[in-house]
Design a protein around this ligand. Sequence first.
Ligand code: MIC
Ligand code: SF4
Length: 638
Amino acid sequence: MNLTHKLISSHLTAGDAVAGAPITIAIDQTLTQDSTGTMAYLQLEALGVDKVRTKRSVAYIDHNMLQSGFENADDHAYIQSVALKHGVYVSKPGNGICHQVHLERFGVPGQTLTGSDSHTPTCGGIGMLAIGAGGLDVALAMARGTLNLAMPKVVEIRLSGKLKSNVTAKDVILEVLRRLSVKGGVGKVMEYTGDGVATLSVPERATIANMGAELGATTSVFPSDARTREFLAAQGRERDFVELAADKDALYDERVDIDLGAIVPLAAAPHMPDNVVEVATLAGKKIDQVCIGSCTDSSLLTMLKVAAALKGKRVHPDVSLTVNPGSRQVLTMLADCGALSDVLASGARVLECACGPCIGMGQSPKTGAVSLRTFNRNFYARSGTASAEVYLVSPLTAAYSAIAGAFTVPPENAALEKIKLPPRFDINDNLILKPEDFEAVEVVRGPNIKPFPVGKALGDRISARVSVVTGDNITTDDIMPSNAKLLPFRSNIPYLAGFCLSTVDAEFAERAKKFGESIIVGGENYGQGSSREHAALAPLQLGVRAVIVKSFARMHRDNLINSGILPLVFENPADYDGISSGDELEIAALDAVESGRAVVKNKTRNAEFIALLPLTARQKKILRAGGTVNMIKNGDAE
Ligand code: MIC
Ligand code: SF4
C-alpha cells in the first residue's frame, strides 16, 4: 500500500477506497481561520451541537488583523467565544499563521485534519492526511467527526538527489507546478517518496505540501521519518511521533521523477502559479516590491536563510521589502539569535505574524509595480493592485533581488547549507486558549454578524438567463475578491455579494440581481484556489441557480453543492462557444439531479446541449433540498 491508502484505510468509515468513489473518513483534527471561521461557526451553531467530536479542533485568528473598523474586532470576539463554547482551542491574533502554528504545535503524523482553508495540506509535511474544505464541511467535521470526499488517485512524486545551496523547497514545488499545471492535481493526492525526501526538513516538506493546493490536489503527503521525529522532539512533542511510509512495493496511479539536484531557481510569472520560468531568464528586470512570508514560506529555516542573505547588505533604495515571520515562535527565535537585527539593519519592514499582504491585507504595490513574493498565489488583482505584476519566488531569490533592485539568481553559497533547525524551539503557548468551563462562555455577536443565505428546494425546472460567461481558470479570488476593504465583511454576505465576480465583469452583481434568478457559464478549472464558501454563498445571495463550466476545482464544486447551486459540466466543451450572456436557458433540474445528465435548452438560440452532473447519493439529497443546511433542517438522514 502507498502511504495515502494507509492513512485513508485507517480512517475509512464508509465507502470503498476505489478512485473516484464516494468515501467518508474519520477526522481527528480540524482548523479554522478568521476569514472563513465566522461562517463555519455560524453553521456549527445552526447544526445545534454542544461540543465538537474531534480529538483536537483549533480556531486561528490570523487573516484579518488590521482592525480598521469594529467589524474585524467583532468577528474576532465572536470566533473566540463561540469556539471556546464548543470545545475548540483558540490561537489568538499574534500567535501566527494557522498552517505554520498547526505544524509547530498540533500536527500529529498519521492523523487526519480538515480545515476551512485551502492550504490545510501544509501538515502533509508532517505525515498527516490534511484536507482543505469549505466552512460548512468543516463545521460538519467538528459536529460529526467525519468528512465526505471522492477517493483520490495517488501520484508518486519520487525525489532523488539533494538541492543546491541556492535552491529551496519553493523551487521544488514550482517545478512540480511547471510540469503538472494548476489543474494537474484535481482528484489526486501527491505522495512524496524516494531518497531525496530525507534531505528535506519538515518545514521544507511543509512548503511543498502547502503549495500542492495550487495543483488543485486533494492533498499532498510526506512520510514520517527520522526528520519528523527530530522536528517533533524540538517542539517538545516527540510523543506524537509515529513512523509512517509507503510499503516498498507500493502501487501508484501515476509517477513523476524529480532530481532535486537538477532544479534551478524558478519564478511563477503573472498571473498563475503554474506560469513558471527560470529566474535566470528574468535576471536584471527591475523590481519595486518584495514580500517574504505567508503560510508557504515563513518558517524559521526560511527566515534564517533570508537573514543570512541580507546580513551586512542594504535593500535597494527603489525597493520596499516586507517580512512576515509565520509565527510568534519564529519571530522570537529570530530575535533571540540576532538574525532579526540583520533583517532590520538591511532596511526590511517587519510585519505582524499573519497572512498580511498574501491576502491583500496591506502592502498593495504601486500602479504597474513588479512585486516578488514568496507566497503561493499570484492570481490577478489578489495583491490589491490589478495592474501589478506579481511573481512567486523562493525566499533566497526574494532576498538577493531585494538587495539588487532587480531579479537576481541567488549565488551558490555553502554557508546557507549549514543553516540548520535548532534542537529545541522556543515553546510558549500563552496565546493559545484551551476550552475549559465552556458551558459558562457567552457567545459575543456584534452587528457585523449577519445571517447567511440559504437556498430553496429544487423545483422541476430552472429557467433563467445567463448572467455572465467567464474564461478559463477563474479563481475564487475572482468570484469573491478578498482584500483590506472586503475581508471585514466575511460575515456579511449581502454586502459582499455586491463585489461578486467584479474582477471579471464589474456589472455582474447588478445584472444578476436584475435577472432575479440566473446561471453562470465558465471555462476550465472554474473556482480554483481558496476554500472560501463565500464564492458560492455570494452567487446564491444574487439568485444564481446553476453554474455550467468545462471543469470545476474540487472545493468550489463542493461549496456550490452545499449551497444548493447545480454544478454542471459541458459534455462537449465546444458547446461553451454557443452561449452568450443574456441567453435564456432551461434545465430539467430534478431529472438532471437524478440521472446525472441534463438536456439544456438555449431558448434564445433555439439550440440544446448536454451537461453532466455526476453526484453521490448524499449530494443528490443536498441538491434536492436546496443545500446542506436545508437537508439537515428537514431531518433528512445522510
Ligand atoms: C487564501 O489564501 O486565499 C485564503 C484567504 O487563505 C483562503 C481562505 C479564505 O478565503 O478565507 C484559502 O486559501 O482557502
Ligand atoms: Fe494566509 Fe496566504 Fe496562507 Fe491563505 S495563502 S492562509 S492568505 S498566508
